[in-house]
Write a protein that binds this ligand. Structure first.
Ligand SMILES: *Cc1c(COP(=O)(O)O)cnc(C)c1O
Length: 403
């Protein structure tokens, strides 16, 4: 095929383009009505109380780390199979990253292994955990919350791969990823390869009002203009005028060392129209997954990691990624590349990146993650991948193994 088939890509349609143009003609390019509308719509899509739009998913993680109070030396647990930002946010605040291995079946952080880690250390050693709904498969946060409560940990859910995914809890209720029922905070990314694209962009969701207020302040430099939160006196704010009964309109306070992590109104306008397509996109992702499942069912050389054919009723996958395991991964990767199919690897185990090796992490520390890395390949998966292109991908994989 002439055209390059990537592993993921955005779906921008005419309504998206018009929405951005309209915002460009409006009074607000940033911090206008679109950000609030996007936040409101996103919160209702996910089913949480509060949503805070930010400049990207990494900024979302950083703000969560600040709001939850990670500080120098705090030990926080996360998975080695994730994008680096899930762990880096701990380092931004001076915390220590403690990796805990994956479950080779689900590819998610292995909760029993986390328990072992917690049990062998004195209580209070760990402050929190950052689970990742890797590939779009939800972590069972009900189970993780019980463990976290036992050991006094907070939870930040990295749900970048999983908008629209859910798990079914013990009472058979559907729990959407990021809905704030079990995690203190959750984050999403709107990078073009994710489900919703705003070029750069991210969202934090929570049901906790205190954390929500803190996020708003940290997102905008550490400044607040809400008079209920002001710390300086009214007299000072009014420039020494004792007769004033309220804070003047110009007044605002820098209360924390914050950042400028705002999303623009142009991006939020795009986010609003993108969100309207999210469910249709999710249905298409599931169709594509099912086609792959059928193609690789009982395959001699290909193992698919999530399988709609053998549907597990305890969760619903969002298929950010469709991952297969193969023996000659390098060979297959190169073969597909020659055919203009740009499959990808998610992820190189994070503990073995030079940055994390400096803290003592080494080969053999996370056996399941390392074994997984040797075989994994993410196949093209995005709503605009058409049937013909998908068949071409499948045929090319079969050709490789029949060579
Ligand atoms: C994409 C991603 C991020 C970071 O999001 P950006 O918007 O690219 O900063 C964080 N965690 C995971 C798991 C991701 O996939």
């Amino acid at each position: 095929m002439e055209k390059i088939i990537p592993y993921g890509r955005q779906n921008i349609t005419e309504d998206d383009i018009l929405a951005v143009i309209e915002t460009l003609k409006s009074d607000f390019l940033t911090q206008g009505p679109k950000v609030l509308e996007f936040e409101k719509n996103f919160a209702s899509y996910i089913g949480c109380k509060y949503a805070v739009a930010v400049s990207n998913g990494t900024a979302a993680l950083h703000l969560c780390a600040l709001a939850i109070g990670i500080s120098e030396g705090d030990k926080v647990i996360t998975t080695p199979i994730t994008f680096s930002a899930s762990a880096n946010c701990i380092r931004y605040c001076g915390g220590e990253v403690v990796f805990s291995d994956i479950d080779p079946n689900t590819l998610l952080i292995d909760i029993p292994k986390v328990r072992l880690l917690l049990e062998k250390s004195p209580r209070g050693t760990f402050k929190g955990i950052i689970p990742v709904d890797f590939a779009g498969r939800p972590v069972n946060l009900e189970v993780l919350r019980k463990l976290a409560d036992e050991f006094g940990l907070w939870i930040i859910e990295d749900a970048c791969h999983a908008p629209g995914a859910y798990f079914v809890d013990e009472k058979r209720n559907i729990q959407n990823c990021g809905n704030g029922k079990y995690a203190d905070l959750a984050i999403f990314s709107f990078h073009p390869v994710k489900h919703i694209a705003t070029a750069e962009g991210g969202m934090i969701t929570t049901n906790n009002k205190e954390l929500y207020d803190a996020l708003l302040i940290y997102r905008t430099h550490g400044i607040t203009n809400q008079s209920a939160l002001f710390q300086n006196s009214m007299e000072f704010a009014n420039g020494g005028d004792k007769s004033a009964h309220k804070y003047p309109n110009w007044y605002m306070e820098l209360q924390e060392l914050g950042y400028n992590y705002r999303l623009t109104d142009m991006q939020a306008a795009l986010g609003i129209t993108q969100l309207q397509k999210a469910d249709v996109g999710l249905i298409r992702r599931k169709e594509i997954a099912l086609n792959y499942d059928i193609a690789f069912d009982g395959h001699k050389n290909v193992v698919s990691k999530a399988n709609e054919l053998k549907k597990d009723e305890s969760f619903s996958h969002a298929y950010h990624l469709y991952i297969i395991l193969v023996k000659d991964r390098l060979g297959l990767y190169n073969y597909l590349r020659e055919k203009n199919i740009y499959a990808q690897i998610h992820y190189i185990p994070l503990h073995l990146m030079p940055y994390y090796r400096q803290f003592g992490w080494k080969e053999g520390d996370m056996e399941d993650a390392e074994e997984y890395y040797k075989q994994c390949l993410s196949l093209p998966m995005y709503p605009t991948l058409n049937d013909e292109e998908q068949q071409y991908v499948i045929n090319s994989i079969n050709e490789f193994f029949e060579k």
